[in-house]
Design a protein around this ligand. Structure first.
Ligand SMILES: [Zn+2]
Length: 366
């Protein structure tokens, strides 16, 4: 493989020269890693000159020295380190439990508790959080979707309960879980396709499905009286979405789902992640960011020529031609979004390259 060439004989024989170069570079104020990088001229290595107009934000795979500061608006209420979690009442008998990274929700009714999601990082906290407000047992568990990071503590929780609760999920979630055969995620006993209303002990939750906005089977859980909506892995209050638009499997479907959430009437959003509950303002902000992302990636696709600045010998390698093209499209996209969004969304720098790559790909292919 060409990539191994730096370790071939001519390279080793030049180690002495490299050492001298490094000392000189250090004296000149360059880092040793930068000098090593510049020494690699073998095919497959990073070019000594970056793309024209390369963003300062480290590209995927490059080490970041210090990430950008988290804006105050993205931070949540502090957590008692002795407890490791906090609960927040969002309406009558409805609580969010969170470690300020993951979120689950529970609703207390006359005879018990309905729990929505059981993320493994909250495994040790959910039962304690419920006991803070009631001694009643868990009667129902709702799965927001099949991903193990949101429901993977369900099996462990079930093993501690005297009576098995009713597990409710979308039918696509059941299909995914049946294939996974994962004891951490027991199969649901009740499934639905479009809508399901859970009325229990004076509380009501409206479950509905709006297509593949994250993965198939990811549902909306609305508590109408408490004006609280739970939708997981779609909106990230105050934060950049997780990488690649939170791994959405269908990007147009994801955009449609954000529109749907924006059109709904609620006060609180339990989004499954980040440090605080969301509001309609957070939804509007993410919607605006997504529109800007789409526009920036679209313009970059239009303004970028194939093959520009490449080694002529690579022009017969279509994969290389597209790698070079897509890199330059993403760089333009990152540059276009940075001035407006870098200080507004937490972790903008962490995932902006991912979002630009995802968006340009969707615009070219979907
Ligand atoms: Zn997920």
């Amino acid at each position: 493989m060409n990539i191994l060439r730096p370790f071939s004989k001519p390279f080793l024989s030049s180690v002495g020269g490299l050492a001298l170069y490094c000392v000189t570079a250090l004296l000149l104020g360059f880092s040793a890693s930068a000098s090593a990088h510049q020494e690699c001229a073998a095919p497959g290595c990073a070019a000594s000159e970056p793309y024209h107009g390369m963003p300062a934000i480290a590209a995927i795979g490059a080490r970041t020295g210090k990430y950008m500061e988290i804006p105050e608006a993205a931070k949540g209420p502090s957590i008692d380190p002795a407890k490791g979690y906090r609960i927040q009442e969002l309406g009558r008998g409805l609580y969010m439990v969170t470690d300020n990274v993951y979120q689950a929700m529970f609703v207390v009714h006359e005879k018990g508790v309905v729990l929505a999601d059981a993320p493994p990082p909250l495994a040790g906290f959910i039962a304690k959080a419920i006991r803070e407000v009631t001694g009643k047992p868990i009667t129902h568990i709702i799965y927001s979707h099949a991903h193990v990071d949101h429901i993977g503590a369900a099996g462990q929780l079930l093993a501690t309960l005297p009576r098995r609760p009713v597990i409710i999920a979308h039918e696509e979630t059941q299909t995914i879980l049946a294939r996974a055969r994962d004891p951490k995620r027991p199969l649901p006993g009740v499934t639905f396709r479009d809508k399901y209303t859970l009325k229990v002990g004076g509380q009501r939750l409206d479950l509905s499905y709006h297509g593949n906005g994250h993965e198939p089977g990811n549902i909306f859980i609305l508590a109408p009286e408490q004006r609280t909506l739970m939708v997981v892995d779609v909106i990230f209050p105050g934060w950049m979405p997780w990488r690649r638009l939170a791994l959405a499997q269908d990007i147009p479907g994801y955009f449609k789902q954000v529109e749907k959430i924006k059109s709904m009437d609620f006060d609180w959003l339990v989004s499954g992640h980040v440090a605080r509950a969301g509001t309609k303002t957070d939804v509007a902000m993410q919607h605006e960011f997504l529109q800007d992302l789409k526009e920036a990636a679209g313009k970059a696709l239009q303004n970028t020529a194939l093959g520009e600045g490449m080694d002529a010998r690579d022009q017969s390698n279509p994969w290389a031609v597209f790698d070079n093209y897509i890199d330059r499209v993403a760089a333009q996209c990152v540059n276009a979004l940075t001035p407006k969004w870098a200080s507004r969304l937490a972790a903008f720098d962490v995932y902006i390259w991912d979002q630009c790559f995802t968006m340009e790909q969707s615009l070219r292919l979907d």
